[in-house]
Write a protein that binds this ligand. Sequence first.
Ligand code: PNS
Length: 160
Amino acid sequence: MDPVLAIYPGSFDPVTNGHLDLIERGAKIFGRLTVAILRNTEKEPLFSLAERTEMLREVTAPFANVDIDCFHGLLVDYARERKARVLLRGIRAVSDYEYELQMAMINRKLEPALETVFMLPAVEYSFLSSRLVREIARLGGSVNGLVPIAVERRLRAKVI
Ligand code: PNS
């Protein structure tokens, strides 16, 4: 059997230490892991798709079986095209569960062969989100320890 390809989808605006923690865990379990950035046409991101891709490439460089890609449209269509067997999502707290359950069930209805696998990030990242990171940076707070150094640098440059 071919090594299992898992897709870890998200906005990654920007990638946080919580995302990175999940990538590291996923890379240990699955043969290959593609971090797939949603090319969202509705909300205006802080970082462009190119910037988000660059940052993710940089911080995932140590993981030989991880690659970065982007997608638009339905996630299940992208996963089918890539011949992925798994969708990887992180659950931080109970509050994530309802939304994640809904998404997993819809995706299962659309593509029954695709399995959603949930993993838990390290407890120190269970409060962390890209949205909060953007807000802290925008208001001049420190995001040290919340995002990789390379992201911290870019955030500082972006909000000045
Ligand atoms: O980082 P996010 O915003 O939590 O990621 C959400 C994402 C990208 C996984 C989700 O919005 C998504 O899969 N969008 C693609 C459109 C789609 O397939 N929608 C139907 C499934 S809910």
